[in-house]
Design a protein around this ligand. Structure first.
Ligand code: GTP
Ligand code: MG
Length: 583
């Protein structure tokens, strides 16, 4: 049994390139709860992004994907390994506890293995032979988690058998590599698809995100045994870049649900609970204890901050083993619904993700977005702008949210805190768009559209898919799709909006000029998307305009660009600035 599993394992390893591994995976997986179908679907949906060649295979609902991935994560352990290890023997050792479905190695301050068993019982069996370390004078706080440490017994005897392990990549390409890839592309469309391919979350990175949530869930379950910790935001909405943060939602709604459904007759049983003055106070109290728990007992959780007075209270921490910056919230179900909506839009047409990734990278390269909160536009707002723009095409590439609501059935009905968040969950009920515009055209038109948008009077509204009068005076108004009285970009200042508009106009102009006179690939000149991602190009182009601006604004822009070039650590290469696109 063990030997057979290892044979299978060696062939199933996820550590090699996805394209190489997916075919064998499909053929060989036999365990219950396999991910072969998921992989096949992802291969089809994320690989090619050609206009007009839409994937017609049935697509899974967001909730189905979430449930399957969560269940997969629960069968997975994370193991910190010595730098060199005999992979075959390692897998043979683990498979004593049951067959293994898949595994991969990665590096993050050391070598780690994520090993997915076929059955949950195998995890328990492995935990039962795992010991709590004795640390000499220090004391260990015992905690039976799924984050383990592998040590070699008699390592000297094993030296000859140890070898370096091939690791799966968890980071986006360097600026230099991206620049080369973009310059070698055949067309602007090819460039946008290349950027998507290089920056999108890999299968392994996605697994690691669900696994990290699952490990945090184990800690939270010490207080709330039936809780769930679910990823949301760009980790799951299909717009996540390698390196993006991991947004987590502590879901306590399942607690008590099962019992309540079973109750019958004239009696109704309720739990005795403590009351607090409001939902917000309850959220703060829950996050406060979970934050304390992660800080004191959470294996691998470091730098825990409890940010409880924010509009949306959260616990922020780094998960050392996965390398993710995590934001844990609770009572934030609408954000989970927004993630589902974005996932739907991302899955409806292959051009959506390619365009969103390029716009996000463009904004980052020009310091329009930042990982620090402030008066700048967020990735979430930029995504809403792309969706809105695609709703405005003729024929539209994406349907409005109101239309998606008309396709909903009883199962889709969803009211959260009095807000109607209903829309169709079955992607297969939405007809593909007849629009066949190229990505190059769409990117150019996106910049032109928002370079000339009447931000002073109009609001962006994906529910209705048309501009509306702004209900308030914020420089940028993007209606929150579910809490319709809120503006998701309320934080954006006039000067940041102006910077966005200036850069959008310049970028439209660059693409327009390029269309007429494109440098030959052999000239090694940045072109198309590569030219747009170079801060210096846009800065030079706008020099004449900048002269007309007040001195204070010019100095501020200059300072911003110096600051951003320092932060981005961009270096001069062959007299050109390197492309900076980090999340
Ligand atoms: P990254 O920049 O890649 O992290 O993108 P993200 O989409 O994950 O954004 P972020 O981490 O800032 O927020 C996580 C999720 O919270 C988003 O995807 C939205 O679902 C939600 N969210 C963020 N900002 C807002 C906002 O201003 N209003 C509302 N309603 N939801 C928001
Ligand atoms: Mg995020």
């Amino acid at each position: 049994m063990a030997a057979c599993s290892v044979g299978l394992l060696t062939r199933l390893s996820l550590r090699v390139q996805r394209s190489q591994v997916q075919r064998p995976l499909r053929r060989l997986l036999s365990c219950p709860g396999t991910v072969a179908a998921d992989l096949r679907r992802e291969e089809q949906s994320s690989g090619s992004a050609e206009t007009g060649s839409e994937d017609r295979t049935p697509k899974k609902r967001f909730s189905e994907v979430q449930n399957e991935r969560r269940e997969q994560a629960q069968r997975t352990v994370l193991i910190h390994c010595p730098d060199k290890i005999n992979e075959k023997k390692f897998l043979k050792f683990l498979s004593q506890h049951g067959p293994i479905n898949s595994h991969f190695f990665y590096e993050s301050f050391g070598l780690y293995a994520a090993v997915e068993f076929c059955q949950k019982e195998s995890v328990t069996s492995l935990q039962n032979i795992t010991r709590t370390p004795s640390l000499g004078p220090e004391a260990a706080i015992p905690f039976k988690s799924r984050y383990l440490n592998l040590k070699l017994r008699n390592s000297l005897n094993q030296t000859s058998e140890l070898s370096s392990i091939q690791c799966s990549n968890q980071s986006s390409p360097s600026s230099k590599k991206l620049y080369q890839l973009l310059c070698c592309a055949e067309s602007v469309d090819d460039q946008l698809n290349t950027l998507l391919r290089e920056f999108q979350l890999t299968e392994e990175n996605t697994r690691l995100r669900y696994l990290t949530c699952s490990l945090i869930e184990d800690v939270a379950a010490a207080y709330f045994p039936d809780c769930a910790v679910r990823p949301f935001g760009s980790s799951v909405n299909s717009f996540g870049k390698l390196g993006c943060d991991l947004d987590m939602f502590l879901d306590l709604d399942e607690i008590g649900k099962f019992t309540a459904q079973k109750t019958s007759g004239n009696f109704l049983m309720e739990f005795q609970v403590k009351n607090v003055p409001s939902e917000r106070v309850a959220t703060q109290k829950i996050l406060s204890v979970i934050g304390e728990c992660l800080d004191q007992f959470g294996p691998g959780c470091v730098g825990v901050q409890r940010i409880l007075n924010a509009r949306c209270p959260l616990v922020r921490f780094s998960h050392q083993a996965s390398g993710f910056q995590c934001d844990l919230t609770t009572n934030n179900r609408i954000a989970l619904k927004s993630s589902e909506l974005l996932y739907m839009y991302g899955a409806l047409d292959s051009r959506v993700r390619a365009l969103v990734f390029s716009v996000r990278c463009w904004a980052r390269a020009h310091s329009l977005t930042s990982s620090i909160p402030g008066a700048w536009i967020t990735n979430f707002s930029l995504t809403m702008m792309v969706i809105f723009f695609l709703q405005r095409r003729s024929p539209p590439i994406l349907p409005t949210l109101d239309y998606l609501k008309t396709l909903a059935d009883a199962e889709d009905k969803c009211i959260i805190e009095g807000h109607n968040c209903t829309f169709v969950g079955d992607l297969n009920r939405i007809k593909p768009s007849r629009n066949t515009e190229t990505l190059e055209l769409l990117l150019k038109e996106f910049f032109e559209y928002f370079g000339n948008f009447a931000f002073n009077k109009n609001s962006i509204n994906i529910r209705q898919g048309r501009e509306q009068n702004k209900p308030e005076s914020s420089p940028l108004h993007i209606q929150n799709p579910f809490e319709t009285s809120l503006n998701v970009s309320k934080n954006v200042s006039q000067s940041q909006l102006q910077k966005f508009v200036d850069l959008a106009r310049e970028s439209a102009w660059i693409l327009h000029q390029e269309g007429k006179d494109r440098p030959s690939p052999s000239s090694n000149q940045p072109w198309g998307l590569a030219a747009l991602l170079l801060p210096s190009v846009a800065n030079n182009m706008s020099l004449s305009k900048k002269k007309k601006k007040p001195a204070s604004e010019r100095i501020k822009n200059l300072l911003d660009s110096i600051k951003s070039s320092g932060a981005e650590n961009s270096t001069a290469t062959n007299g050109r600035r390197a492309i900076s696109t980090q999340a």
